[in-house]
Ligand binder design. Structure first.
Ligand code: ADP
Ligand code: MG
Length: 398
């Protein structure tokens, strides 16, 4: 792949490397994308189905091995360099530079699984918007994981890489996320969404319909609530499921539940848990239905499911915000929009719309014109291709 066809952060990582590391040249370039989830939010950690695609923004790592068991990382986005020793990694000892916990967590998680890593010098550059619900964190984990195991000459499947990246984020970073972000970043196929069964980790690829595109609108709203609310929602779901399992002998997990079963929570006076559970049960069904609609070209119906998902996240799961509701309403008002919803954990970040091909630029113009007011900035709007998952190039490939 000639250097000029590499994504911009890949070129940046390669060119910065000798400046940071005393004239050394990198031996390997690893890339992993962010993602947009078309439908199926807050269900990956509830054994549901999700339908994400990789986006055309990547975390890129240029790397060369070191013989001393030390890992040094330059984060171009933060203009900082950090380092740690492989032998000293402990989840309980969080590193002072918050961003460094993602690469360190990935190294820790690989070593915990028996991978004998070498030290490394790495430059990390990424154009995945940070903290915008497009999963910049998983892109970093998967790119670093790809670089580290390849540098050590080890074999690792995409599925295992995703699981180890999730473990890094859960146990080292301390964010209790599900498997979706890491899985799609590791295993995405260009031109396709992935219908992922988060229980078995089996998946089907669903082609992006030829007559539709995805438009992403970033509200750029502050997301300070996300981590605490995320963990609270998880705990509520676990609590609700535990009650339902106690009351209903046939239930072992969310997939065994129908709406009628959930009445048990309502009659028990646990209305918040009832609404959380209703989101989970209906969202799992909507996600499977949306994949089937997209496969058959029923785009209007797919869009109806997407907006129903937004309403469920807003009203039952209570993770929307005025900025996300405003973005979704504007998307829905645009000609050619089949459906729109918040994407990812919610509270802030991005909404996604399924739009008739040819109508995307008019939607983008509408969002840029009508979203801003006294409380909302000019949004970033991206028209997204479904892109490839993680990959690595050796010296000579660029
Ligand atoms: P997101 O929705 O983008 O995944 P998270 O809060 O899960 O939001 O992850 C964002 C964090 O991931 C950042 O605060 C930083 O610690 C790390 N991160 C993301 N992108 C980069 C980057 N380009 N360089 C270094 N660290 C990054
Ligand atoms: Mg994240």
């Amino acid at each position: 792949m000639p250097a000029e066809t590499l994504p911009p952060p890949a070129r940046q990582a390669l060119s910065v490397f000798p400046e940071v590391f005393g004239g050394r040249t990198p031996e390997l370039l690893a890339m992993a994308p962010g993602r947009v989830n078309v439908i199926g939010d807050h269900v990956d950690y509830n054994d549901g189905f999700v339908l994400p695609a990789a986006i055309g923004f990547n975390a890129c790592v240029a790397a060369a091995p070191r013989g001393d068991g030390c890992i040094r990382v330059r984060a171009v986005s933060f203009n900082e360099t950090g380092q740690f020793s492989l032998a000293d990694l402990r989840p309980s000892a969080r590193l002072r530079q918050a961003w460094l916990n993602y690469p360190a967590g990935m190294a820790w998680s690989l070593r915990e699984d028996g991978f004998d890593l070498t030290g490394a010098d790495m430059v990390l550059a990424s154009d995945v918007p940070i903290g915008s619900a497009l999963s910049s964190s998983a892109a970093v984990e998967v790119a670093v994981g790809t670089a580290l195991h390849r540098l050590a000459g080890l074999e690792l499947t995409g599925r295992r890489l995703a699981q180890l990246a999730q473990r890094a984020e859960n146990d080292f970073v301390g964010m209790n996320c599900g498997i979706m972000d890491q899985f799609i970043s590791a295993l995405a196929e260009p031109g396709h969404l992935m219908l992922l069964d988060c229980l078995s980790l089996a998946y089907d690829l669903v082609a992006v319909p030829a007559d539709a595109v995805l438009v992403i609108g970033n509200t750029k709203a502050s997301r300070s609530l996300v981590d605490s609310a995320y963990n609270e929602r998880r705990a509520q779901c676990d609590d609700g499921l535990a009650s339902l399992r106690t009351g209903l002998a046939h239930v072992s997990g969310w997939r065994d539940l129908g709406l009628a079963d959930l009445e048990l929570l309502r009659t028990g006076g646990r209305n918040v848990l009832y609404r959380r559970a209703r989101h989970v049960v209906t969202e799992i069904q909507r996600t499977m239905d949306t994949a089937a609609c997209l496969e058959d070209g029923r785009l209007d119906e797919a869009g109806t499911h997407m907006f129903a998902s937004h309403e469920s996240l807003r009203d039952d799961y209570e993770v929307s915000s005025s900025a996300l509701d405003r973005m979704v309403a504007l998307m829905m008002s645009a000609p050619g929009c089949f459906g729109a919803r918040l994407t990812g954990a919610g509270f802030a970040g991005c909404a996604v719309a399924l739009v008739a091909k040819g109508a995307e630029q008019d939607m983008a113009d509408l969002l840029v014109r009508e979203f801003p007011d006294a409380h909302h900035p000019v949004p970033d709007v991206f028209v997204s291709e479904a892109s490839a998952g993680a990959r690595a190039l050796g010296r000579g490939d660029w």
